[in-house]
Design a protein around this ligand. Structure first.
Ligand code: DC
Length: 217
């Protein structure tokens, strides 16, 4: 199996890039953030506090999260229900980041991710893919961009969808989430020693894709 790991902070463009690379290579794209988001949604729906680690450990075991593919798109199932349309809100973003510090949550989802990578050639994106989920990946990329650029991209996406938003609030949210993701005790976001650093601040999507395709070859 050929495995490509793409890690980096929120809004660096990981999913757009990983999806395109997977398409060009004919691999399966695995969006691990969507799994943490489904878990965040489950905890929110059950009115669990992000601070209650013990209850998160216990309750998270009742969430059956799985992945299926429909027309080439990843669909996340939470206890059999397609939750793709519910996991992209700011509320779920924050809950998924908060609950992803939990060791029991991570253990459950990492096992699922490793199983997927054993069964197929994958491009997997997340925070800990190169460092923890697939330490033996054939190619590891650490994709980043400045927080200003990432906030601007998110702002453009949201305004294009007609959503009202404030760029300063988005930037603050991104920076808080970065801090939490990088400073948690278990598998924090960091560049693996053997990962290639790609800073996309001044690059177009196409340039980033080309760069990674070259690295694959
Ligand atoms: O990539 P994303 O924004 O969809 O991820 C949502 C949250 O899930 C992110 O803030 C941290 C967590 N996450 C993680 O801890 N490990 C991963 N491999 C992917 C995401």
């Amino acid at each position: 199996m050929y495995n490509i790991a793409i890690d980096g902070p929120a809004g660096a463009g990981k999913s757009t890039i990983a999806r395109q690379i997977a398409k060009r290579k004919g691999y399966i794209y695995v969006d691990t953030g969507a799994m943490y988001r489904a878990m965040g949604l489950f905890l929110l729906e059950n009115h669990i506090s992000p601070e209650d680690a013990e209850l998160i450990s216990k309750k998270s075991q009742e969430a059956d999260i799985s992945i299926v593919y429909e027309n080439g798109e990843q669909v996340v199932l939470l206890n059999g229900r397609n939750v793709n349309g519910l996991i992209r809100t700011e509320e779920v973003s924050n809950m998924s980041s908060a609950s992803s510090v939990n060791g029991d949550v991570r253990k459950k989802l990492v096992e699922l991710q490793q199983k997927l990578a054993e069964e197929a050639d994958v491009v997997m994106d997340g925070r800990d893919i190169g460092t923890c989920v697939l330490p033996g990946a054939d190619l590891k990329v650490y994709l980043t961009a400045s927080s200003e650029v990432r906030a601007k991209r998110r702002y453009d996406e949201m305004t294009a969808r007609g959503e009202e938003c404030d760029i300063d609030v988005i930037k603050k949210d991104i920076e808080e989430r970065d801090y939490r993701d990088m400073h948690r005790e278990i598998s924090p976001l960091k560049q693996a020693e053997d990962a290639v650093l790609v800073d996309s601040s001044d690059m177009t999507i196409e340039e980033v894709i080309e760069k990674i395709m070259e690295l694959c070859d």
